[in-house]
Design a protein around this ligand. Structure first.
Ligand code: SF4
Length: 317
């Protein structure tokens, strides 16, 4: 992995175009992501530096401090991260992400971390200290290491992600789980879901966001390259034969999504299965606007916050 430091010129706290994050400040400590998930939409961005390369913003922590000291109104929460993973297993990234989170928490600003990485011990100590300001989402769609290794080659293993959940629960933070993206015929099978949910139930997981894989030309190309030696590729592409273009609830984002009746039926089944395990599952509205426009992703954030912010008005930018 080639790591390069770069200078951040624009503001650190940014906005994304996804509707569920439209009132949220977001931070991306890097350009590029070492996890190299086969389905990653960020790998198609014009600024993506290419596989095997991660650009780290060297001046971001200093810049964030200055930015916060100048602001009249601070955001209540900040989302890590919309186009990379803040916990990529790269010391420079880990150190920067830790510094950024520490600054925000010291300012009494909440953080919402979505990760497929391994959470290092020092982050757990930090999260324990600021428990009421931390919301964590663990991305996990399967416990099958062989499947996970193919679709998310450099992310944390399923065992490491369960260990994240276990350690978070031990410090009093029950994370939310993200089944995103579900891959038809591979990770949405009843066997896979029951196996996963029964373990999650044991940890007391009670909230889960679900969303199916959508395709764009470069996602298709990356999937093809990663999965061409496996039987998965044919299985996946068969499901997309009847795919339809859908506009995401994000600026200029048009994707090919699974047939709407397949998604509706399957989401219904998954919600019911999850319910049997005491887990409340919701469909990501931004990525399924033909099914629901409710941007429910943020609905659980800040529930434990002392003065809970109004839903969907969580952030003042
Ligand atoms: S962890 Fe997220 S940003 Fe990183 S490669 Fe995977 S999908 Fe892309």
């Amino acid at each position: 992995m080639h790591i390069e430091f770069i200078e951040r010129k624009s503001t650190v706290l940014a906005k994304t175009t996804l509707k569920c994050l439209s009132e949220v400040a977001t931070i991306n400590p890097t350009i590029g992501c070492s996890h190299q998930c086969a389905y990653c939409y960020a790998r198609g961005y014009s600024m993506y530096p290419g596989d095997g390369k991660v650009l780290v913003y060297e001046n971001m922590a200093e810049k964030l401090k200055k930015e916060l000291s100048r602001r009249k109104k601070l955001p209540k929460y900040v989302f890590f991260s919309s186009s990379c993973d803040a916990l990529q297993p790269i010391p420079q990234v880990i150190n920067l992400s830790y510094e950024l989170m520490n600054i925000l928490l010291e300012y009494n600003i909440g953080i919402n971390l979505l990760t497929k990485g391994r959470i290092p011990a020092k982050f757990l100590d930090l999260f324990r200290k600021f428990k009421n300001l931390v919301h964590i989402q663990i991305g996990i769609t399967t416990l099958n290491r062989n499947v996970q290794r193919i679709i998310e080659p450099y992310a944390a293993t399923p065992t490491e992600r369960l260990r994240n959940i276990e350690r978070l629960c031990a410090i009093g933070i029950i994370p939310e789980v993200k089944l995103d993206p579900l891959i038809p015929g591979i990770t949405d099978t009843k066997t896979n879901l029951h196996t996963l949910f029964s373990i999650l139930q044991k940890y007391g997981i009670n909230a889960m966001g679900i969303n199916y894989l959508f395709l764009r030309p470069y996602i298709k190309k990356n999937l093809f390259e990663s999965l061409r030696q496996t039987s998965f590729l044919k299985e996946i592409l068969v499901h997309y034969q009847k795919s339809k273009p859908v506009n995401l609830l994000a600026e200029k984002s048009r994707v090919h999504a699974l047939d709407v009746s397949y998604r509706k039926n399957s989401y219904h089944t998954i919600v019911n299965i999850a319910n049997d395990y005491g887990i409340s599952a919701y469909v990501c509205g931004c990525k399924n606007p033909d099914i629901t426009e409710e941007p429910l992703c943020g609905i659980n954030w800040g529930k434990h916050f002392k003065n809970p912010p109004e839903q969907r008005k969580l952030f003042a930018l």
